[in-house]
Every structure is written in C-alpha cells, then in structure tokens.
Design a protein around this ligand. Structure first.
Ligand code: NAD
Length: 521
C-alpha cells in the first residue's frame, strides 16, 4: 500500500521534537542554534538545526589535545580502557529510544532501522569490552639459541574518523570503540548532513566519561564541518590513522593525502553490490531478501543491493513478482506511519537518481518505478518509488554506484557468466548468492568466486553483523572495520627479539667477529 501524507501532516514540527530529544541527551542548545551550517530533515525539508562549524585552526588545536590525551590514555591498562567502553554501551542502552529516533529524524530511516543503528553501537561496545582483554600478540620460535621472539601491539595514537551521512553514528562507534580499547584518542568529523546525531553521541560520551572519572580531556573531540575540515584532519601528521567512510571520490583524495605523509588509512568507500539468483534458489526467500536489501534505507546503504543477476530459467517468475512488490511497497514518512521506504537524503540524491535512470533507459533498459511521489511529503522532501530496471547488458550507469533505490536486473545462462558479471564492476564491497546447489554455493565462496569483502549465501548483501570484519576490495578501498581482527589497524605492531644467553649468534648464520679489545675475561 502506498503510504501518503498530506502537506500539513508532514510539517508537524520535527524541529521541536528534535530540540526536545537533544535537550534530553544533554546537548546544549548553543551547539545546534545560531551557527552558519543549516541542517534539514529529509522527512520534510524543514530546518532542524544551525550548527557552528570548526575552523581549520580549531581542528589543529583539537589534534593537539587528542595527542596529549593519547599520551595519558595509552598508560591506562587495556581492561580499564574496556571499562570506559562498557559504560558507553550502558549509556547507549539507556538512550537507545531517543538516539534511534534522532537518527530516523535526521537521516530519514524507518524507526526500526534507527533503533537498529544504535543497537549496532551497543553490540560493538560489548565486542570491544571483551577485546580489551584480548589484544594478543604472538610468541615466535627464534632460530637463534637462547633467544625468544614476540610480537606486541601498542596503541597507534590519534585516530581521525571521517563518517558518511547514511550511518551517522554506527560507523563512528565501529572505529571509536576499538580505538579507545586499543589506547588511542579520536578526532571525529561526521558528515555535514548529520551533525545533530553526532552532537548527541558526543554528549553521551561525556556522560560516560564523567561516570568513569579521569578520562583525559581530548580523548574524543568532535569537529563539525565539510570537506575543508576533513582535509585539515587528513593532512595532520600527528594523526597516524585516518578511517574514512564515504564515496569512492572522497576516498581517492583522502587515501592519496594520507599516503603522501606515510599515514595509514582505513578506507570504507562505495559499493555496487550484486546478488546472483540461481535455478536452485528458494524464490520466496530470495524475494523477501531482495526487497529489504534493495529498497531498505531507500537504497542508501553502502551494502544496498544494486544489481540482480538472475538465471534465465527463473527470471520471469522472480522479476514478475518483484515488479508487484516494487509497485506496492509503502513509501512515506518513516516515523509517523508504517512506511518501509523513507525519503532520499536531499535533492542532489534525487537528481543523481533521475540521471542514472535516464542513462539506463538510453542504454536500452526498461525502467519500472523511480518517480517522485509528490503526495508523500512536502516540496522540500524527496520521496521516490524504488526503481527496478531490466538491463540488456552491464553497461552505463550499472557499473557506477548511484546512492538511491535503483535495482538493475541482468539475465544469465551459465554460472561462470554470472560470477563474471558480479565481479565485473570497479567496486568490491558486498555480494550474495541464492542457491541450494552446494556446488554453486561453494564455487561462489571459493577463490574463483566473488571478489568482494563480503559474500553471503541465501540472504542479501546488506545488514552485516558487527562480529565480522567489514569492508571491501577494489574501489571500495580495502579497509576493514568492526569485528574479527580489524582492531589491528588501530595499533602499531612491534616485533621484539630477546637474547637471554651469553653469546651473540646472528640470524641467517652471519659471522661478524670483532676483536673485543680484551674486555671479556
Ligand atoms: P561523501 O563522500 O560525500 O562524504 C563522506 C564524508 O567525507 C563526509 O564527512 C564528508 O564531509 C567527508 N569528505 C568529503 N570530501 C572530503 C575530503 N576531500 N577530505 C576529507 N573529508 C572529505 O559520502 P556520503 O554521501 O556522506 O555517503 C555516501 C557514500 O558513503 C556512498 O558512496 C556509500 O557507499 C559510502 N559508504 C560506505 C560505507 C562502507 O563502509 N564501505 C559505509 C557507509 C557509506
């Protein structure tokens, strides 16, 4: 059912509600009023904040404070650092309803996704708390007698976190929860489109720090602003690790700048994720999974399903049913009703979507949906019907990421052809296969299969859990965040060899005997 809203209904004072939420989360009013950066909610386009942005000099000062904080924080034992993150998880649990709603109001996610984003923050805090006792190194067999070798992990220093609008707070937590237990300090530049949720998280962190006691000033600093502020952070040689989440265009610039000063970057960039639907697929399950992966979050997840590669035997059955789902999915205000698809973030996203659809049609595609739903919101909001586009070939806009709900559908005959299509784009974030034929499943997961950082079976490419390492290859940037051993990127590795004998054997049997001048008895 199409969910529609009248003009009056949609302009129901979200600004006032947001002010109330921010006040309850202890964000001082001066942080979101009177500043030069106007913040709008995509729900209605109404102004919900005016934040003051940092100057480049303020970013430089913030890095100085973060450097001093790091020097103190690295001396705190890991498990005690973990206690700070455990308390942060408690604060997030207590504030889940408010922060989740704020995410929905600032980004336009449906309520359960806003809450899910906060749950993801809680989950990574739990993970990081356990990790704080498991920052393990190795003991390594030495080739030299009376020697021992080991590998230790030390804190890296100041971690710069640059985040995107679509996961305005979860991505910060993936980085910050790990960085804090690893002994690092954090300077965070959130998206200029979502500063209010960032202010709320900063306030929750300050609550946490007060409970913990003795947190060095500058352990977390929020710097608000756009590209210029991000570049100041990226260019600062006192920031050994920069974790940047956003478009490939942004990552190309950030990666080059950080490399120029030999810093380390963790790049989490654009995806162009595909699912392969084989003849052995459970089509009922596939349909539900495809609907969530392609239309959920209005197609504004890095892992959103953008390409569907369907075997010719099941093409008509599946695509026919998908067309019905696409035509009937409820689009509308994501917080006031039962809509499953909320608005695009802004007019630029809408323009990019329309351009992609036009290019697809020019390349021979048949477009179903994609139009603006004018009665789903006021003129300043961009609600669209998700688009299903049947393509004759993987060309034109299909090989680019358009950050909007467009699903391109391609037909295949042979399994290898499907895998070649899946891998035949510049991005390498996430992928999936729908199949019950274990040979096809295992080939998809093998070294000759998907070339992505994430490869799922009988589910869509989106909706990752925090326990695994998250990220992708090729133009997705190669970074890994969140679970598994992603923490290692926030530390520096040190290899130590220890000689507990009286002799000095050299590695590889090298001889270098000098006359000791008779000093030895
Ligand atoms: P964006 O690239 O426009 O902005 C992301 C962040 O980078 C913002 O904070 C922005 O201010 C900053 N930035 C932009 N140019 C910069 C520069 N030259 N130097 C330093 N900082 C700079 O992205 P967006 O529109 O906010 O988010 C959508 C994009 O993010 C999509 O491409 C999506 O796939 C990607 N994304 C990727 C992941 C992932 O984990 N791979 C997760 C979420 C979003």
């Amino acid at each position: 059912m199409l969910k529609t809203l009248s003009q009056g209904e949609s302009n129901t004072g979200f600004a006032a509600e947001i002010r109330g939420l921010l006040a309850r989360l202890d964000v001082p009013a001066e942080r979101y009023s009177g500043g030069s950066r106007i913040v709008r909610t995509p729900l209605t386009g109404e102004v919900i904040g005016e934040v003051a942005e940092a100057t480049p000099a303020e970013v430089t000062a913030a890095v100085g404070r973060a450097q001093a904080a790091f020097e103190a924080w690295r001396k705190v034992p890991g498990p005690q650092r973990g206690e700070l993150v455990r308390l942060l998880g408690e604060e997030l649990r207590a504030a889940k309803a408010e922060l989740g709603r704020l995410v929905s109001l600032e980004v336009g996610k449906i309520i359960s996704e806003g809450l899910g984003e906060v749950q993801e923050m809680i989950d990574i805090c739990d993970f990081a708390t356990g990790l704080s006792r498991q920052l393990y190194g190795l003991t390594i067999a030495s080739e030299r007698g009376d020697h021992r070798m080991m590998e230790q992990w030390h804190p890296a220093g100041v971690v710069g976190v640059i985040s995107a609008f679509n996961f305005p707070v979860a991505v910060w937590s993936w980085n910050a929860a790990l960085a804090f237990v690893c002994g690092d300090s954090v300077v965070w530049k959130p998206s200029e489109k979502t500063p209010l949720t960032a202010l709320a998280v900063e306030a929750l962190f300050q609550r946490t720090a007060r409970r913990f006691g003795g947190v060095p000033d500058g352990l977390l600093t929020l710097v608000l602003g756009g590209r210029e502020i991000g570049e100041t952070l990226v260019d600062d040689a006192r920031v050994p690790v920069v974790s940047a989440t956003g478009s490939t265009a942004m990552g190309r610039k950030v990666g080059e700048r950080v490399a120029r000063r030999f810093g380390r970057s963790i790049l989490e960039l654009g995806g162009n994720n595909a699912s392969i639907v084989t003849p052995s697929a459970d089509l009922d399950l596939a349909l539900r999974a495809i609907a969530f992966a392609a239309m959920g979050t209005a197609g504004q997840r890095c892992t959103s399903l953008r390409r569907l590669i369907v075997h010719e035997k099941v093409y008509d059955a599946l695509v026919g049913r998908l067309r019905v789902v696409y035509a009937s999915i409820s689009v509308g205000n994501p917080v006031t009703g039962d809509a499953l698809v909320g608005p695009l973030i802004d007019g630029a996203a809408y323009d990019a979507m329309q351009q992609a659809l036009q290019a697809a049609a020019e390349a021979g595609g048949t477009v179903h949906g994609g139009e603006r739903i004018a009665d789903a919101g006021p003129a300043e909001a961009y609600y669209v019907r998700p688009a299903l586009v049947e393509m004759p070939a993987q060309a034109g806009p299909v090989v680019h990421e358009t950050f909007a709900p467009i699903l391109y559908v391609l037909k295949y005959r042979a399994f290898d052809e499907a895998v070649a299509l899946q891998n035949g784009v510049p991005q390498g974030l996430s992928s999936s296969i729908f199949a019950t034929d274990m040979r096809e499943v295992e080939r998809f997961l093998s070294a000759q299969g998907s070339d992505c950082g994430i490869a799922n079976v009988n589910m869509g490419p989106s909706g990752a859990e925090i326990g695994g390492a998250f990220g992708g290859e090729k133009e997705t940037g190669g970074g890994r965040e969140s679970g598994s051993d992603a923490w290692k990127a926030y530390m520096r590795r040190q290899t130590s060899a220890i000689n507990y004998g009286l002799n000095l054997p050299l590695a590889q049997g090298v001889k270098f005997d000098v006359d000791d001048g008779g000093l030895n008895p």
